[in-house]
Design a protein around this ligand. Structure first.
Ligand SMILES: [Zn+2]
Ligand SMILES: [Zn+2]
Ligand SMILES: [Zn+2]
Length: 302
């Protein structure tokens, strides 16, 4: 027999707090129980920063427990404090965001972009609707299963990958704007990539091309995917993020990390990535208008 909780006495609630990193509101869910999961809802292993605190490096979901009340705050973004709903004690969240490699490339525009795609303000509704429609009697494991199912479809988000993680870098093609390399990613399992850890590196030929296309490609990959996943899958090769050649400190040392073309289709793949498609540009103009917080990159919209 499963032990059930009464939803009047064990109230799950949600709200917003301000992120000290982005100054935007981020969502928080208050669980009246101690959450002892070791995996995030996205499936990734959580990083434990203390007995009471853990977080997911992929989604930036934080699980902050109160050791006195055995409650858990689930925070959907980076901030520095968390207050227990029950005893009102304030806990300082242990995190040195500079230590999260996946969002620290050293370029502030790109890093802001990486942080921004890890905010779940549109997805949080999926969770809060679960809370609102909770049965009179429930088991915490049921809630967790629903959360997991709702979040499962979210993919690994784009990240910065240090150049030292790549080996066997070989030039395989050259186009007007960029040079394409094939490379092996060490540690690929940790990054959750398929195809035998072989990836494509796309390096722009000079800083001007990098300024014009790098952020565009990252954004089109992210927003294209979330807007209409199935449509884009066939049109655009998945971009996993970017790396930076440490030997040079210019914009063209930032290199896109992309999916390796599925077997034998390399020619098509390269063509697709070297030709500019009109509808794609049009779509991007719209995107840039919405997200003009990230327009600091010069030459964009030219
Ligand atoms: Zn009750
Ligand atoms: Zn996660
Ligand atoms: Zn408490």
């Amino acid at each position: 027999m499963q032990f059930k909780w009464c939803s009047d006495c064990y109230l799950i609630s949600s709200g917003y707090i301000e992120s000290n990193l982005t100054k935007k509101l981020i969502s928080i869910i208050y669980f009246p129980w101690w959450e002892d999961n070791s995996n995030c809802y996205c499936g990734e292993l959580l990083v434990f920063t203390s007995n009471c605190q853990k977080y997911c490096e992929n989604c930036f979901i934080f699980f902050i427990g109160c050791r006195y009340c055995l409650t858990t705050n689930i925070i959907f973004g980076i901030t520095n404090q968390s207050q227990c709903k029950k005893c009102k004690r304030v806990t300082t969240i242990i995190l040195d965001s500079k230590k999260i490699i996946s969002i620290n490339s050293g370029n502030s525009v790109l890093d802001d972009f990486l942080v921004s795609i890890r905010s779940y303000q549109s997805e949080i509704a999926k969770f809060t609707s679960v809370i609102k429609n909770i049965d009179k009697c429930f088991a915490p494991s049921e809630i967790n299963n629903i959360f997991r199912n709702r979040h499962k479809s979210s993919r690994s988000l784009m990240k910065y990958i240090p150049y030292s993680k790549f080996t066997n870098v070989k030039k395989i093609a050259e186009g007007g704007f960029s040079i394409i390399y094939q490379a092996t990613l060490l540690d690929g399992i940790k990054y959750d990539f398929r195809t035998e850890n072989i990836l494509i590196l796309k390096k722009f030929k000079n800083s001007q091309y990098a300024e014009e296309y790098l952020l565009r490609e990252l954004m089109s990959n992210h927003y294209g995917y979330t807007d209409n996943r199935n449509f884009y899958v066939h049109m655009v090769v998945n971009t996993y993020g970017f790396t930076k050649d440490p030997r040079v400190d210019r914009l063209d040392s930032y290199i896109l990390v992309m999916e390796y073309a599925p077997s034998g289709d390399l020619h098509k793949y390269l063509q697709k990535n070297f030709t500019e498609i009109d509808w794609r540009k049009k779509k991007l103009v719209i995107l840039f208008n919405i997200t003009n917080g990230y327009l600091n990159f010069k030459h964009i919209g030219k």
